[in-house]
Write a protein that binds this ligand. Structure first.
Ligand code: HEM
Length: 130
């Protein structure tokens, strides 16, 4: 049975977003899901580009022009960064499945390490594409 409207209105509500913060392990988990979806979408984009480049000599030129543009270079860097985090975070997940980093403190530490490794890989990806 639903509660009277007056009682529901008096419940404490915190909408001050600046006072809400997620634990680092939650951020690591959300990012792993987000990067999984980005990687999934990226497979479609990259397959489309491959198919365009193989369609004809003109298609190859079109694909080469797209890849040369700054916008696609940026997208490519984003895709590689997302993939890097997904793989690093995925390995962290698999290690947790084996029983490592399961405590709150070790989980938080491994999340930080996975962010640091991803930052380094993202930098390398930037050097690779630019
Ligand atoms: C085309 C490549 C890939 C795509 C599109 C992809 C996509 C996804 C997606 C959408 C999820 C679900 C995330 C969730 O529901 O929270 C997931 C989970 C996972 N991925 Fe990937 N992934 C890819 C490659 C990889 C690779 C190379 C690894 C290697 C480490 C990996 C490790 C994992 C793990 C361990 C999970 C489960 C995480 C959990 O238990 O919550 N994935 N992936």
């Amino acid at each position: 049975m639903s509660k009277p409207v007056k009682e529901r209105k008096s419940r404490p509500v915190n909408l001050d977003l600046q006072t809400i913060s997620f634990p680092i392990t939650a951020i690591a988990s959300i990012l792993h899901r987000v990067t999984g979806v980005i990687t999934f979408v990226a497979v479609g984009i990259l397959l489309w580009l491959l198919s365009l480049s193989l369609s004809s000599p003109l298609g190859f030129k079109e694909a080469a022009d797209i890849v040369d543009g700054w916008f696609f270079t940026f997208i490519l860097w984003g895709i590689l960064t997302a993939l890097a985090y997904h793989i690093v975070g995925g390995i962290r997940h698999l290690l947790m499945d084996l029983g490592y980093f399961e405590e709150l403190d070790t989980g938080a530490k491994s999340a930080k390490v996975s962010f640091a490794i991803t930052a380094a890989l993202s930098l390398l990806a930037g050097i690779l594409v630019w």
